[in-house]
Design a protein around this ligand. Sequence first.
Ligand SMILES: *[C@@H]1O[C@H](CO)[C@@H](O)[C@H](O)[C@H]1NC(C)=O
Ligand SMILES: *[C@@H]1O[C@H](CO)[C@@H](O)[C@H](O)[C@H]1NC(C)=O
Ligand SMILES: *[C@@H]1O[C@H](CO)[C@@H](O)[C@H](O)[C@H]1NC(C)=O
Ligand SMILES: *[C@@H]1O[C@H](CO)[C@@H](O)[C@H](O)[C@H]1NC(C)=O
Ligand SMILES: *[C@@H]1O[C@H](CO)[C@@H](O)[C@H](O)[C@H]1NC(C)=O
Ligand SMILES: *[C@@H]1O[C@H](CO)[C@@H](O)[C@H](O)[C@H]1NC(C)=O
Ligand SMILES: *[C@@H]1O[C@H](CO)[C@@H](O)[C@H](O)[C@H]1NC(C)=O
Ligand SMILES: *[C@@H]1O[C@H](CO)[C@@H](O)[C@H](O)[C@H]1NC(C)=O
Ligand SMILES: *[C@@H]1O[C@H](CO)[C@@H](O)[C@H](O)[C@H]1NC(C)=O
Ligand SMILES: *[C@@H]1O[C@H](CO)[C@@H](O)[C@H](O)[C@H]1NC(C)=O
Ligand SMILES: *[C@@H]1O[C@H](CO)[C@@H](O)[C@H](O)[C@H]1NC(C)=O
Ligand SMILES: *[C@@H]1O[C@H](CO)[C@@H](O)[C@H](O)[C@H]1NC(C)=O
Ligand SMILES: [Cu+2]
Length: 576
Amino acid sequence: MISSLKFLLFVMTTLSLLLELALSKHSGTTKHYKFDIKMRSVTRLCQTKNIVTVNGQFPGPTITAREGDRVIVKVVNHVQYNVSIHWHGVRQLRSGWADGPAYITQCPIQTGQSYVYNFTITGQRGTLFWHAHISWLRVTLYGPLVILPRRGVPYPFPQPYKEIPIVFGEWWKADTETIVNQALQTGGAPNISEAYTVNGLPGPLYNCSAKDTFKLKVKPGKTYLLRLINAALNNELFFSIANHTLTVVEADAVYVKPFKTDVVLITPGQTTNVLLKTKNHHPNATYLMAARPYATGPASFDNSTTAGILEYHTPSNKIMKINKLPLLKPQLPVFNDTTFATRFSKKLRSLANSKFPAKVPQKVDRRFLFTVGLGLNPCSNPNKTCQGPNNTMLAATVNNVSFLMPNKAMLQAHYFNQSRGVYTTDFPTNPPFKFNYTGNPPNNTFITSGTKVVALPFNTSVELVMQDTSIIGAESHPLHLHGFNFFVLGQGFGNFNPNNDPVKFNLVDPAERNTVGVPSGGWVAIRFLADNPGVWFMHCHLEVHTSWGLRMAWIVMDGKHRNQKLPPPPSDLPKC
Ligand SMILES: *[C@@H]1O[C@H](CO)[C@@H](O)[C@H](O)[C@H]1NC(C)=O
Ligand SMILES: *[C@@H]1O[C@H](CO)[C@@H](O)[C@H](O)[C@H]1NC(C)=O
Ligand SMILES: *[C@@H]1O[C@H](CO)[C@@H](O)[C@H](O)[C@H]1NC(C)=O
Ligand SMILES: *[C@@H]1O[C@H](CO)[C@@H](O)[C@H](O)[C@H]1NC(C)=O
Ligand SMILES: *[C@@H]1O[C@H](CO)[C@@H](O)[C@H](O)[C@H]1NC(C)=O
Ligand SMILES: *[C@@H]1O[C@H](CO)[C@@H](O)[C@H](O)[C@H]1NC(C)=O
Ligand SMILES: *[C@@H]1O[C@H](CO)[C@@H](O)[C@H](O)[C@H]1NC(C)=O
Ligand SMILES: *[C@@H]1O[C@H](CO)[C@@H](O)[C@H](O)[C@H]1NC(C)=O
Ligand SMILES: *[C@@H]1O[C@H](CO)[C@@H](O)[C@H](O)[C@H]1NC(C)=O
Ligand SMILES: *[C@@H]1O[C@H](CO)[C@@H](O)[C@H](O)[C@H]1NC(C)=O
Ligand SMILES: *[C@@H]1O[C@H](CO)[C@@H](O)[C@H](O)[C@H]1NC(C)=O
Ligand SMILES: *[C@@H]1O[C@H](CO)[C@@H](O)[C@H](O)[C@H]1NC(C)=O
Ligand SMILES: [Cu+2]
């Protein structure tokens, strides 16, 4: 009797375990985090400064989840600034309320308030990051977001010995909120940064900074997965490790066909996973891992170099003086090496196999051509002197529209049919004036301002060509789209030619990502399927250009079916 009961119990627990396993294939676990936004003083470059942090950590905590997991983050604002947090690259399928850009999907979390971000990670695995999405607060409010494959599912590359996030940031000695507010008032360019950082540390190439150096201690003969994240505000970066070749395996949380390179180009908003195979024997050297900007624009920029150190563990039976070993430096491309940038971008290809297919939309419902670039506004300073060129104010546009931030959240306005006075749906689908976009000089610096969007029916297949302009100066712009991954079909220099260029598009294995560099003086073509209802921000991820208006939004309408509609907002959604 007792033994048969025991047997029954055994069968039942086994069954329930099996059931749990079967279920876990479809739904993951829930990961809870608490983000207390608070001030903390830190010292860098011999100067102490109060910065905004999550839980007093800088860089902020790493969020780790598996594909299929639900992530719940309670954000409590204890600082004098309005705050919102964006989960950069997370698709947010039917969870647009958790996307985070202030005044787009939510009102800011004001001092003393809190908001619970609640989203599921669906069909994504790899490295992303989270950052503040209001004004320039992301300068110190950022951290890695690591999505592991489902339990038991291997990487499509050798299992690394260790995985290490390498987050690039940008450091100002002065208060960045003062800097951006000053610039927006005077019309001039904001003051440039003093340093770049690796995991929050500027490294040994800056004065008074040697002790603030990130050290990566490795063992010989192992493979390390470096999760590279560019969280810098305003600069694309070249990255390289002296005497080590890297293998790129993933970009923006999508696996790519592996390729070897000595240098990685990473724009703000992009993430790149690389494998680092260490040397088989202890070398008699230490190695700098360095990053410095790829810069094409007309403005001055922070031309400094941040570095960490790759150090081999000393074998315990030998006493090697690491400090006495020579420190080797990597060769990085010159600051304006667009040839390298182009070659690197073209190497990124989707795996496009049966396990990881590239679902490139093959038919197109709507085609768009957007110019992206700088522009000038007349001086609106009451003092009648502005610091932009010829007494103007610097601005930036998409299709000649400099986007004005509304003072209500657009997603709420959309959901409750209250768009009047918040936004209009007349965003130009093509440049309002045709001109030689990359001419020298171009003859069109005309700007309008407004809060304009493009509205799309559910499941519209979109092809978008983004065309750089040479107004004020040609420049590479890393454009980031919220709520979707897109496929990068092709790119080129000069003006996009709708007759000759599309035949060269890659519809087989294009890179799938959320941020792409529009080539300096050129164009890039992307496609995405608008299968996610909501209001989705698209903007340059150089914060200076976003602040000047290089931003717009797409509205994707609800579909017919219940699972194609945006659910109602959570009850704690902040109010304006
Ligand atoms: C998160 O969202 C899910 C689905 O809408 C809901 O069931 C759950 O209660 C939410 N959790 C929290 C903590 O808000
Ligand atoms: C920015 O730079 C200008 C010129 O050097 C300086 O006058 C100004 O104080 C700086 N702004 C801030 C906020 O540090
Ligand atoms: C370090 O300080 C020296 C002396 O003040 C100066 O000449 C040099 O340019 C500084 N270097 C950097 C990287 O700031
Ligand atoms: C490092 O690379 C440089 C140049 O590529 C080469 O001259 C040097 O011998 C290498 N040193 C080591 C220790 O690998
Ligand atoms: C490192 O230096 C020591 C002493 O100079 C030498 O004996 C050894 O062979 C060197 N090892 C390598 C890998 O170069
Ligand atoms: C940037 O710095 C590099 C050396 O780190 C130098 O070769 C280059 O000329 C500098 N470029 C500009 C535009 O200052
Ligand atoms: C890069 O900058 C240098 C000046 O430092 C200039 O001579 C060169 O023409 C530039 N190259 C490109 C491709 O713009
Ligand atoms: C206008 O000029 C006054 C006096 O020079 C100065 O204090 C003020 O900051 C200026 N205002 C702006 C918006 O630049
Ligand atoms: C400033 O004005 C001068 C003279 O009219 C003109 O040549 C120059 O192109 C203008 N600069 C800009 C950036 O518009
Ligand atoms: C656009 O301007 C560039 C630079 O001045 C010139 O080389 C090109 O031929 C122009 N293109 C057209 C279509 O006029
Ligand atoms: C720019 O140049 C083109 C070709 O010469 C001309 O058709 C167009 O009207 C000009 N646009 C402006 C805004 O001057
Ligand atoms: C914070 O956001 C609210 C709502 O949009 C706004 O009224 C207030 O002025 C903002 N406060 C600050 C300090 O920016
Ligand atoms: Cu830009």
